[in-house]
Write a protein that binds this ligand. Structure first.
Ligand code: HEC
Ligand code: HEC
Length: 327
């Protein structure tokens, strides 16, 4: 009879455990499995389904049109759009990279699996149409799409198709935007301006206005502030969303083996960009339950005694730990 070799067994246990440790380490401070607002982070690695498999049926054509609308929103719905003039000239893809498929590029892998769901911002259960219109209203500073339009149906069909293999209530690793480590000081717009000049300005422009293509219909480089940018009710106006997004995705042309922005650079440039002028919207009705405001929602009233300034720029750890304690 073969004697069990314990050293070998131990080696195998360690090797088998490694991927789990890697996932744990890279999901930041979130445990492998956690439940919050019906979300579950699991060791589920998502791969975008193959677009060449979309059938040439009516349903398939709707999915293809949805993908096209995400990638080239302005062509159809922008100020010079061929279907309607509803949005500010940006594309969904500017913020949901590779048509919403890039790991940590604000991808859509968790939408089909987690909607409809309750969201604190509206205080209601939102379906996918409502969530899409939220981004049209805020990120594209536009007028919402009627849910009966072919455009809305197409966008929803594409996003649902992307998430078709994700089990219900599962949020795959790499979905959305990463939470980066907090700093123990406020994010600094003055330092952020230097980061912007060194690492962003050559594409997004000295005035943050971006660069229009020769057809003046679509941007080559989208704006970061000013009249044509996202408004103050948008997700990117929250510092953690902006910092997390740029940390993993900007500068856009950075080779994958180059050093990313440091966390400090990401927080500071977020503070700089989000202290520049942009369209204001009255979102007084957001977060009807004050206790449900995220730590970096920059408008009072708050349940805690931290200032609007601290809710906007940090340091965020004291706000978050108090929130966890009192929830
Ligand atoms: C200016 C940037 C920006 C643009 C443009 C934009 N979005 Fe978003 N979108 C965001 C941010 C930020 C979030 C929230 C991500 C988070 O909180 O982790 C988001 C979230 C979403 C979600 C929910 C994702 C989830 O996993 O819960 C959907 C669906 C969505 N956007 C659809 C769209 C569509 C469709 C368009 C174009 C019509 C669009 N977005 C344009 C920034 C943008
Ligand atoms: C090489 C050019 C380039 C550089 C440098 C660059 N970006 Fe971008 N950025 C882009 C492009 C292109 C997109 C849109 C991507 C797409 O549509 O696929 C984008 C999108 C964005 C977006 C989301 C859309 C918007 O306009 O709100 C933000 C935020 C952003 N960049 C911030 C930054 C920051 C901050 C820096 C510097 C740290 C930076 N970028 C550096 C090219 C660049």
């Amino acid at each position: 009879m073969k004697v069990i070799n314990f050293r070998r067994l131990l080696t195998w246990i360690i090797i088998a455990g490694l991927p789990v440790i890697v996932v744990l380490a890279t999901t930041n401070d979130k445990p492998l499995l956690y439940s919050k607002e019906k979300e579950t982070v699991a060791g589920f690695i998502w791969q975008s389904p193959d677009t060449s498999r979309i059938p040439y049926t009516d349903a398939g054509m709707l999915i293809r049109y949805g993908r096209e609308l995400i990638a080239n929103t302005a062509t159809y719905l922008g100020p010079k759009g061929t279907v309607a003039h509803l949005t500010n000239g940006m594309n969904c893809q500017n913020c949901h990279l590779d048509a919403g498929t890039k790991t940590w590029g604000n991808n859509y892998s968790a939408v089909f699996s987690t909607y409809p769901r309750f969201r604190e911002r509206s205080g209601t259960i939102e379906n996918i149409y409502k969530r899409i219109n939220d981004c049209i209203d805020r990120s594209l500073n536009g007028h919402v799409l009627d849910t009966t339009t072919r455009e809305m149906k197409a966008i929803a069909a594409y996003i649902n198709w992307l998430g078709q293999n994700v089990p219900k209530n599962i949020k795959p690793w790499g979905a959305g935007i990463r939470d980066i480590t907090f700093m123990d000081r406020p994010a600094d717009p003055v330092k952020g301006r230097i980061v912007f000049i060194q690492k962003c300005q050559r594409c997004h422009g000295a005035g943050g206005q971006g660069l229009s293509g020769s057809d003046s219909m679509n941007y080559i480089y989208p704006p970061l502030w000013g009249n044509n940018s996202y408004n103050t009710g948008a997700g990117l106006f929250r510092l953690s969303r902006f910092a997390g997004y740029v940390k993993d995705n900007m500068p856009f042309d950075a080779p994958s083996n180059s050093a990313p922005l440091t966390d400090e650079e990401a927080w500071d440039v977020a503070a700089f960009v989000n202290s520049q002028p942009r369209p204001q919207k009255d979102y007084n009705k957001d977060y009807p339950n004050v206790a449900g405001k995220p730590f970096d929602h920059p408008y009072g009233p708050f349940r805690d005694n931290f200032s609007e300034e601290q809710h906007k720029y940090g340091p965020f750890e004291p706000i978050r730990s108090l929130k966890i304690k009192s929830n």
